[in-house]
Design a binder for this molecule. Structure first.
Ligand code: ZN
Length: 196
């Protein structure tokens, strides 16, 4: 009897030991899991960071993939080759030092040093920043259209041999097509948008 009691107690003890053993393993696994989480956390944060970075890059790329948003009036002039009404806008009398950039793509087009008062009601320049303006003969063959060499936006027309300045050139530019950047802010001017 004693032997069988011992045997029973032994089995109970073995059962207790097994239970304790499993509990210890579970505790160990929980600790291991926590440790793994601590080890993995920087990678998880890093991955999340990369996701945010790639989203920001996508946004930047998206910004660079589009020209500046235009008002309906600017669109009428720049895209549909319209003309501002004479003696309207801020620029036809402006004499401040600075540069004029394309309102659509920010490309520098004209310098205030080349601006003169033609009394025609539109901003007038007798020269462009080299390489910034392209000339096309109008469909009627009479006038020469000027467009931004970067984005193709309509600027106005160029007229020759009118006697205004020594250069005998008058770029008659729509205020809606250009944006003035004061000389002391040129370094902060928006970057040129290239879509080609
Ligand atoms: Zn442009």
């Amino acid at each position: 009897m004693a032997g069988s009691d011992c045997s029973l107690q032994g089995r109970i003890k073995s059962g207790d030991f097994l239970f304790t053993y499993i509990s210890e393993i579970k505790k160990y696994m929980r600790k291991l899991n926590n440790c793994l989480m601590l080890v993995m956390l920087p990678f998880m944060v890093s991955c999340q960071g990369k996701t945010i970075d790639s989203k920001q890059n996508q946004n930047n790329t998206k910004q660079q993939m589009e020209y500046n948003k235009l008002t309906p009036e600017e669109e009428r002039v720049i895209i549909n080759k319209g003309t501002d009404r004479a003696f309207t806008g801020d620029y036809y009398t402006k004499k401040d030092d600075g540069i004029y950039i394309c309102r659509r793509c920010n490309a520098p087009l004209y310098r205030s040093a080349d601006k003169f008062d033609s009394h025609c009601g539109w901003p007038s320049f007798d020269d462009e920043i080299p390489g910034s303006v392209k000339r096309n003969t109008d469909a009627d063959g009479d006038r020469t259209e000027i467009i931004c060499n970067n984005c193709g936006g309509h600027l106005g027309h160029v007229f020759m041999n009118e006697g205004f300045t020594d250069k005998e050139t008058r770029h008659c530019v729509n205020t809606s097509s250009i944006r003035f950047i004061p000389a002391d802010s040129v370094k902060d001017a928006p970057p040129v948008i290239h879509l080609k």
